[in-house]
Design a protein. Sequence first.
Length: 289
Amino acid sequence: MLKYKADVKTLLYIVITTTLFTLQWHYGFNWLAYIVYLHFSVAVAVITHNHNHLNIWTKKWLNILTDWWLTVFYGMPIFAWIPTHNRNHHRYTNKEPDTTRTYRHTENNDVVALLQYPSISGYNQMKEGVIPYMQELKAKNKEQYYQNMGQLAVLILWLVFFFVWSWKKALLYVLIPQQVSQFMVITFNYVQHVHADEESEYNHSRNFMGVNTFLFNNGYHTAHHMRASLHWSETPAAHEKIAHLIAPELNESSFWGYLFRTYILSIFVPRYRSESKRLMRIERVKKAA
């Protein structure tokens, strides 16, 4: 019933995440287990991304159950990705109409901009994407509207149940992992596009090789934008075909290395400060004119 055999890995992640949650809830806190659990919480966001682009199952009811599981572990009804990500971000890829465009409030790429971006972007996505989308569905597609509202109901019930059971445990094992999941996936979007050139065919995204093994090839971002419906297991081959066309500095080996170099080390060492390919293009156009 899986569309792709590679999604056995997705199911394994779902099982491990659920198991870690259950064991910690019943047997108490352990730092090592909690760090691993937070890693899998980030993976939940990536699975949510993948599932919204290409449903895991051939059966609708299994996809709906997966929607519900992802919703409660991601901490937001996952239909929100459709208007904000699938229909907007992938259509415009950090260009002006993209509600998540990285230069919307500042052209800077520093630690302040990085920390501000998730909250600002989340607000813009809700206001300009999710709310109008749901209003449109309510008027034109009641079946999908109520299916989406079902995700919201499942999330509310999940939160109420566990917070009533034990608010301290719910804060630690439910709410914080959800916020980490959401914060990190928006951060991924930021670093994958900030200071790239949104008008370029191949240099509109930054690729991170180091995350691919653990996060379903999410680092192959250029290839993903060129064909969003491509299954995550097929992106390495797609990346290989275009890797030579991408500016070398946009193919990063380490996500954490990039964060450390760009947002911490650059404060003291100017040569590590980020240069905007977008602003460089704009300057070239001005000079040519």
